[in-house]
Design a protein around this ligand. Structure first.
Ligand code: FAD
Ligand code: DLZ
Ligand code: SF4
Length: 511
């Protein structure tokens, strides 16, 4: 007789912990607990999404005849923690084992090490085989390599799963079609709406609960339109394949004011909680290419995100934890400015991306990377604060995917393990890839002085401040050559503007 625990991000019928479930003898436990809902102060929409998806999944398992025990958040006997609920459930039968699919976060895995002793029962952690590369396989790939470049990992994954492969190698002759991607936003684009579901009774009950118990958490709860069942998540993905995939590559990096969803898929939250599996999404996208529904640059670019980046960052996470969490290569410590919560800043790009994050618990990759993340990098924000922010504001955020993207990709806090150089950029990049600058108080073409775009002088200040750590980086050679060509007066103006900006920030003035 087994006690099987399903976590809130394990909502897949094919999850390994259910593989050999005995409906007559076992108990499948799912519980909404305070510890998981508050280890960071998750966005209200994220909690509502996870709880509603958990409740729908439990109902589906029950319909299939599985012996589900579901503990609601406001159940009078809810102890508030996973181990508390397991202990209560363990008293209800003569269990000989607790079975769990390994959790996504190191924090919880470390906690689970004490559970067997606390329960007086063996606790077996099974591989999470929804991922396409086991942590142990990634470690084998990484062993002995000086550099762990995503591109090479991705090629191996393409071969291993035979994705977009022809008899002589990659379909079309190239592994990567990014040279054809990443166009600036075109005038008059008619961006399709994201897929929306009206909240049903279950979701409405959960929303009332979130409003009652998590009122102080960041984010707007309404309107809520995420999919909360597998069928809905499949429909959301289908809407992407038929309505947006064809232009995914072209506009992958483009940002338009008032268009939070662009041509992205919006499936990260469904993949990460288990409503969709990565392989089915990859196969469906590849089929769309072969059926002539989308061009190769779009399909390859999309598949690379899931088969490449998603698996790669997870591999890095398990390879490098727990030390990765403390990484701070650039030794920065500036506190996260209040405007990351309020959106009250004169920098229009930041204001838009923060407002959309608050509204939707979503921002697309380039908003996360080149606006919100770029500012965090060039302003020298403390990795701990930035990680906490990213982990709580997005509905798709779990530490295994959030931490490498923040510590590695945006902050260069791992010293170049994940990216070969910092993703720092001045206002020119944002001006080229968005229409944010047109309605900004600052001017992207002005480099110094009160009207100058802060990204301009902060970028060069970042380059100057971090010279000792970055000049030797071969990929920074060009940048330092430009820096060296600047006059001393120019260097002084950059330092003065940056000091003025940071002083204003510290004095809580609106920057
Ligand atoms: P699309 O652009 O349509 O891409 C399709 C899928 O590819 C995504 O759903 C996701 O599963 C995968 N993917 C794309 N890029 C990445 C990446 N860099 N790492 C891992 N998977 C990727 N993604 C998360 O799932 N959770 C996070 O907490 C998260 N935090 C991020 C923080 C920062 C600073 C940055 C720069 C990126 C972060 N990402 C995170 C990656 C990426 O931004 C999101 O996966 C994506 O924006 C989700 O939206 P989408 O489903 O529309 O993605
Ligand atoms: C994210 C989340 C939230 C908000 N709440 C719960 C919960 O109440 N019960 C649960 O089992 N899981 C929840 N989760 C998902 C977990 O935090 C997730 O399983 C771990 O972070 C490991 O990835
Ligand atoms: Fe952002 Fe600078 Fe453009 Fe303003 S001018 S929107 S701060 S990049």
């Amino acid at each position: 007789m087994k006690l099987r625990l399903i976590l809130g991000d394990q909502l897949s019928r094919s999850i390994s912990s259910l593989a050999d479930v005995d409906p007559q003898r076992d108990i499948v436990l799912m519980c909404e607990v305070r510890a998981e809902a508050t280890y960071v102060q998750h966005h209200k929409k994220k909690i509502a999404f996870v709880f509603s998806a958990m409740r729908h999944f439990a109902a589906e398992l029950a319909e299939q005849g599985l012996p589900i025990q579901y503990v609601k958040y406001d159940d009078a006997n809810n102890s508030g923690s996973l181990i508390g609920e397991l202990s209560r459930a363990a008293l209800q039968g003569d269990f000989d084992e607790v079975i769990i699919t390994a959790p996504g976060e190191y924090r919880l895995q470390a906690e689970m090490e004490s559970w067997s002793a606390r329960l007086g029962l063996p606790v077996t952690l099974r591989e999470d085989d929804r991922f396409l590369c086991k942590a142990s396989e990634f470690a084998e790939w990484a062993a002995g390599r000086k550099q762990l470049r995503m591109e090479y990992f991705y090629r191996e994954m393409r071969r291993k799963y035979s994705v977009l492969m022809g008899p002589d190698g990659p379909v079309g002759g190239q592994w990567n079609y990014d040279a054809e991607n990443r166009k600036p936003p075109a005038e008059g684009l008619d961006v399709p709406q994201t897929y929306k579901v009206q909240p049903d009774d279950v979701t409405q009950e959960v929303m009332a609960l979130v409003e009652q118990h998590f009122a102080t958490h960041f984010g707007d709860l309404s309107p809520f339109h995420f999919a909360v069942t597998r069928a809905q998540a499949l429909a959301a993905f289908d809407a992407f394949i038929t309505g947006r995939l064809a232009l995914f590559g072209d506009y992958q990096d483009a940002m338009i004011e008032g268009e939070p969803w662009m041509y992205h898929s919006h499936i990260g939250l469904y993949l990460n909680c288990g409503l969709l599996t990565p392989l089915e999404c990859i196969e469906r996208a590849e089929a769309a290419y072969h059926a002539g529904e989308a061009p190769l640059n779009a399909v390859e670019g999309f598949i690379r995100q899931i088969l490449g980046w998603r698996e790669y960052v997870r591999g890095i996470y398990w390879l490098k934890m727990p030390d990765y969490k403390a990484a701070n290569f650039l030794e920065v410590k500036r506190a996260l400015p209040d405007f990351y919560w309020t959106g009250e800043t004169q920098m229009n790009c930041m204001r838009q991306c923060i407002a959309e994050t608050r509204q939707n618990a979503y921002a697309h990759h380039i908003q996360r990377l080149m606006v919100l993340g770029n500012f965090a990098l060039i302003a020298g924000l403390a990795p701990e604060d930035v990680n906490t922010w990213y982990l709580l504001v997005y509905a798709d955020a779990y530490e295994w995917v959030e931490l490498p993207n923040v510590t590695g990709m945006i902050l260069f806090a791992d010293g170049g393990l994940l990216g070969s150089k910092p993703y720092a950029a001045s206002g020119a990049y944002i001006n080229k890839m968005s229409n944010y600058c047109g309605s900004c108080s600052y001017k992207p073409t002005v480099k110094n002085g009160p009207k100058a775009c802060p990204f301009n002088y902060l970028y060069w200040d970042f380059v100057g401040r971090n010279e000792a750590k970055l000049r030797a980086n071969p990929r920074m050679g060009l940048v330092y050559r430009s820096f060296d060509r600047m006059s001393e007066e120019k260097h002084q103006a950059i330092r003065d503007d940056s000091r003025r900006f940071f002083n204003a920030l510290e004095a809580d003035e609106k920057v």
